[in-house]
Design a protein around this ligand. Structure first.
Ligand code: ZN
Length: 148
């Protein structure tokens, strides 16, 4: 996605949890604790993957995208489908996305990554913009907002 930024990858933490599990220092009961809310979010808003669950190895993982941010108001903390995110990214200035992988078979769940989305990221991508463009951009945005 074009406006994706400040990506934080949690795969190291995930591997650490799996190592602990293999070593018997934590039980599957401790890591396979997906709440009913998370599982519902996975069923209704989740993004299926072709990656097998690292715990039960019988189900594929589902990715759930949670959104957070002041501009979202009552929608903050809700799960969204992957196809809804670009639409939100064009309408909002900035919001946080947390991606959680869930196994609907054994309830394994772990945070995969987090990142920011929103229109604020578009200006930074525009390498060709001269100083003049930057200066008028704010005025253009105000004009567009006034037209709504
Ligand atoms: Zn599983």
């Amino acid at each position: 996605m074009r406006t994706q930024r400040q990506v934080v990858d949690y795969s190291l933490q995930k591997r650490a949890v799996l190592r602990e599990l293999l070593a018997g220092r934590v039980g599957t009961y401790d890591v396979c604790d997906a709440s009913p809310y998370l599982k519902n979010a996975a069923r209704f808003h989740g993004e299926p993957t072709d990656r097998r669950c690292p715990i039960c190895r019988s189900e594929n993982l589902t990715l759930v995208h949670y959104i957070y941010g002041d501009e979202l108001k009552q929608s903050a903390g809700q799960a969204r489908t992957l196809t809804e995110l670009p639409v939100l990214a064009m309408t909002l200035r900035e919001f946080q996305v947390f991606v959680v992988e869930v196994c609907l078979g054994c309830d394994w769940n772990h945070l995969v990554e987090q990142y920011l989305l929103g229109r604020d990221g578009l200006a930074g991508d525009n390498d060709g913009a001269g100083e003049q463009d930057v200066a008028v951009e704010g005025a253009g945005r105000r004009r567009r907002e006034a037209q709504r």
